[in-house]
Structures are given as structure tokens and as C-alpha cells.
Design a protein around this ligand. Structure first.
Ligand code: SF4
Ligand code: SF4
Length: 435
């Protein structure tokens, strides 16, 4: 089978074998869930419950009048114990609703609805009400993404899962194929797109086969089999590989008539339209060379990562790093009481043997970062300028076009933390523009 790809990027070791064949299992509820009111791109929500209130699974507990935001829902039956700032995976404190979970939980009941006649506005309203965001990590509100200012020719369902270790999208493609394909059709209907493309990397033949069997005979749906290369799942690289279309710097996919949605997002869209089920749980990968019981697990939003780790066999004696998300774009954690949120695709446990722990050195001008950057940037210059706080120069060299894929850091022999330099630059620009 010939697979398509984009230029630049890197071929990484996959490390998928830890969990790619493990069926999805369910993590039990913790005693307490901590649900941040801001776990998406856009405006934070405010609580619509108060301390002492009784809440039910799926009940709305946070909302915002802003268009770019996403409602927040309770992930368990229980009582609101506190509404206060709590630690978040990025190291900040975020206002959160803390719910004491009832020991006795009843299964939520959903109203099944025929989705075949839903109009585009009804689909978008269901998505908004369910608080759905991009679940590949970006957490951009889906109802906003599905309101583009231009006509859309195609939607791409992103099943690449190009980061090492992560396998939850793979398992969902295999185990939840019906919901996935129906969700993709609803997304296409919401933007009146005539074509649907499933972009899947060639290392997931069972997923390709499952989707292929489901879409057989549908002439407007196809599968693009893609090279196993990082960052194949990044939107611009995916569009280039699957459709041979370039999204120019500073532009978005809708500018070329395309919208990309992640596999988990499409499934959530189906569940929201079919059952009016809000986004209060997600599937994530538990893996890493230090993971006692690697697998793919369904977890309620707000569950502390310590609870997931305990349920999956605990920590090894030599912990090098705990990372939320993939190893290339994820966030290393300094504490384990942070909660799983809508964008958490993985919890990775690494032993010290897998973690480099040395500081960075000066740039030796080897050019490797330039050679591999998928955005054709000069990460070396961005790094040097940002490190010396000459942020306008870092911007001039393209810092704002960097999507923080981490390749430059991966290939750099001087271990330069270029992504961190880029984030510093973006923070500086944001602070200046808010003045
Ligand atoms: S500069 Fe940005 S986009 Fe380019 S390789 Fe580095 S992190 Fe990726
Ligand atoms: S890879 Fe590292 S050392 Fe080489 S040019 Fe880029 S920043 Fe400099």
C-alpha cells in the first residue's frame, strides 16, 4: 500500500507496542473529581452551581456567554464541595469545581434521537451544549471550528496519532467505528462539506480495515493512508499529505476549504447528537517504559492522574518523568493531583533511563533543526533571539508560526529548549497586545 506524506518532519521510534493491542477499559471513579472551568481555548466558564449543591453526571456546571468557549459538565453524581483555584497540568492554578463523588452511582440515562434529519444548526447546537472541544490536545471549541466564514470542500478526520506511545485514537477507530463514521458524517453535514477523508497512518492496518468496511459503497468518503512520520497529525501537514493542499503561513485550514477534526472529537459529536451526551469522560493512553499496566482507559474528566496511575499498577521505583499528552508535545508534571481534562490524550510514565537530564548548550549551527522543521522555520535563530529576550526578532524569524511540535528539540545536539523559547516569545507578544 502506498502511503502519502509531507516534506520535512522526522521518523521517530513508535513505542506503540506497549498498548496498541489493549482494548479500552474503564477506570473507576475517584472519591473526588476536580473539574477546571477553563480547559479549552477561549473564554473561561463561570460556575453555575454553588458549594453544597447536589449534581448529576452530565449536568452543566460551568458556562460562558462568549462564542469561543465550551460548557463544562459534572462527571459524576455528587455534591459540590468547593469552587476554588486548583493545580492544572500547565503549572498554573485554574478555578475548578470540586465534587465529592457519591459512593453509589447510577448509570446516566440519555434520550436517543434519530440524527438523520438533524439540520446543520441543530448539530452545532448539540455540539455546543455538550461542551465538545478538539480532543487531540488543542481543546479548541468544536462548534466554533464548525462555523467557518468560508465554504468547506472537505473534512478530514485525523486518525494519525503520530506521537510515540499514544494509541487511544487507534483503539477507538477499531472499537467504536460505527460512532466514528456517523460522527464524521454529522460534522460534514454541519459545514455542508461534500467530502470526508479519514487520514490514518499506515501502522494501523486494523483501523484502516475497520473504517474501510464501514464506508464501503459511500463514494464521498475515502481513507488516505499516510506515512508513519512525525508530525503527520498536525493540521497543515495532514492537509498537505492527504489532499496535496498548502495552508499558507498565518492562514487556517478553512482558508483552503478544509476542516480537520480528531477521531475522539468525531465520536463525541455523534454521542452528543444521538444521545445528548455531554463531554464528561474520554479515552486516553496509559503508557511509557515505566507504566506497570499500559493500556487504553476511559476516564471521567476531573479524575486526578494519581488515581489513574494507582488503578494502572502504580509508579515504578525509578520515576524519571510523568508526562500528560504525548512525549513530543505533552507537559511534564511536578505533582500528581492535577486532573484529567478534555484534551488529555495520554498519561506517560518514564523511568530515569529514558529521560535525559542535562542542561542545554550554545547552538553549534549544525542546521539539523532547520532541515527538519515542518514549518520551514529557522528554529536556531528563534531560539537565540528569544533566549536573549530579543522577542521582536524571534517573531520576525517566525516564532508565531511555530506550532510547538518539538522536532527541533528532538534533533538538537545542544539540547536547546526551543519550544520553551517559542512559548516565552508568544507569552511576551500576548502580554504586549493586551496592554
Ligand atoms: S520551530 Fe516549531 S514548528 Fe519548527 S520544529 Fe521547532 S517546534 Fe516544530
Ligand atoms: S539543531 Fe540545535 S545546535 Fe543545531 S542549529 Fe539547531 S539549535 Fe543550533
Amino acid at each position: 500500500m502506498t502511503s502519502k506524506t509531507f516534506s520535512q518532519g522526522v521518523y521517530l521510534p513508535h513505542y506503540k507496542k506497549f498498548s496498541e493491542d489493549k482494548s479500552i477499559t474503564v477506570i473507576s471513579l475517584p472519591e473526588e473529581v476536580v473539574i477546571p472551568l477553563h480547559q479549552h481555548t477561549g473564554a473561561p466558564c463561570h460556575a453555575v452551581v454553588k458549594v453544597g449543591d447536589t449534581v448529576k453526571t452530565g449536568q452543566k456546571i460551568g458556562e460562558s456567554a462568549a462564542f469561543v468557549s465550551a460548557f463544562i459538565h459534572a462527571s459524576a453524581n455528587g455534591t459540590v464541595k468547593a469552587i476554588e483555584p486548583r493545580p492544572y497540568f500547565n503549572g498554573l492554578l485554574v478555578e475548578s469545581v470540586v465534587i465529592s463523588v457519591n459512593p453509589e452511582q447510577e448509570e446516566p440515562r440519555w434520550n436517543e434521537k434519530d440524527v438523520t434529519e438533524l439540520s446543520r444548526d441543530e448539530i452545532k447546537a448539540a455540539i455546543k451544549e455538550a461542551g465538545i472541544v478538539g480532543m487531540g490536545g488543542a481543546a479548541f471549541p468544536t462548534h466554533v471550528k464548525l462555523s467557518p466564514p468560508k465554504p468547506i470542500d472537505a473534512i478530514i478526520i485525523n486518525g494519525c496519532e503520530c506521537e510515540p506511545f499514544l494509541t487511544c485514537d487507534h483503539r477507538m477507530m477499531v472499537e467504536m467505528t460505527d460512532s466514528l463514521v456517523e460522527g464524521a458524517k454529522l460534522i460534514a453535514r454541519a459545514v455542508e462539506a461534500p467530502h470526508i477523508i479519514f487520514g490514518v497512518e499506515a501502522n494501523k492496518p486494523d483501523a484502516i480495515q475497520a473504517i474501510g468496511a464501514k464506508i464501503a459503497g459511500d463514494s464521498n468518503i475515502e481513507i488516505a493512508v499516510l506515512d508513519v512520520k512525525y508530525p503527520q497529525g498536525s493540521e497543515k501537514q495532514l492537509i498537505k499529505a492527504a489532499m496535496n493542499l498548502e495552508v499558507p503561513p498565518g492562514k487556517l485550514p478553512f482558508d483552503v476549504g478544509v476542516i480537520v477534526n480528531n477521531v475522539a472529537t468525531a465520536i463525541a459529536v455523534y454521542e452528543a447528537c444521538r444521545y445528548q451526551k455531554p463531554l464528561y469522560e474520554r479515552v486516553l493512553t496509559f503508557s511509557g517504559d515505566g507504566a506497570a499496566k499500559p493500556g487504553n482507559v476511559k476516564v471521567r474528566i476531573g479524575t486526578p492522574i494519581s488515581h489513574v496511575i494507582d488503578q494502572c499498577g502504580g509508579l515504578p521505583s525509578q520515576v524519571g518523568k510523568v508526562v500528560l499528552g504525548g512525549p513530543m508535545t505533552g507537559w511534564a508534571q511536578s505533582r500528581l493531583d492535577v486532573p484529567v481534562v478534555k484534551g488529555t490524550s495520554g498519561i506517560l510514565i518514564f523511568t530515569s533511563s529514558m529521560v535525559d537530564d542535562y542542561g542545554h548548550m550554545d547552538c553549534v549551527r549544525c542546521g539539523k533543526c532547520v532541515e527538519h522543521c515542518p514549518m520551514y522555520l529557522y528554529p536556531n535563530y528563534i531560539g537565540v533571539y528569544a533566549e536573549t529576550r530579543r522577542y521582536p526578532m524571534a517573531v520576525e524569524w517566525g516564532a508565531m508560526d511555530c506550532f510547538e511540535c518539538g522536532i527541533c528539540v528532538y534533533v538538537c545536539p545542544s539540547n536547546r529548549p526551543i519550544v520553551q523559547f517559542v512559548r516565552d516569545t508568544k507569552k511576551h507578544v500576548a502580554a504586549r497586545s493586551s496592554k
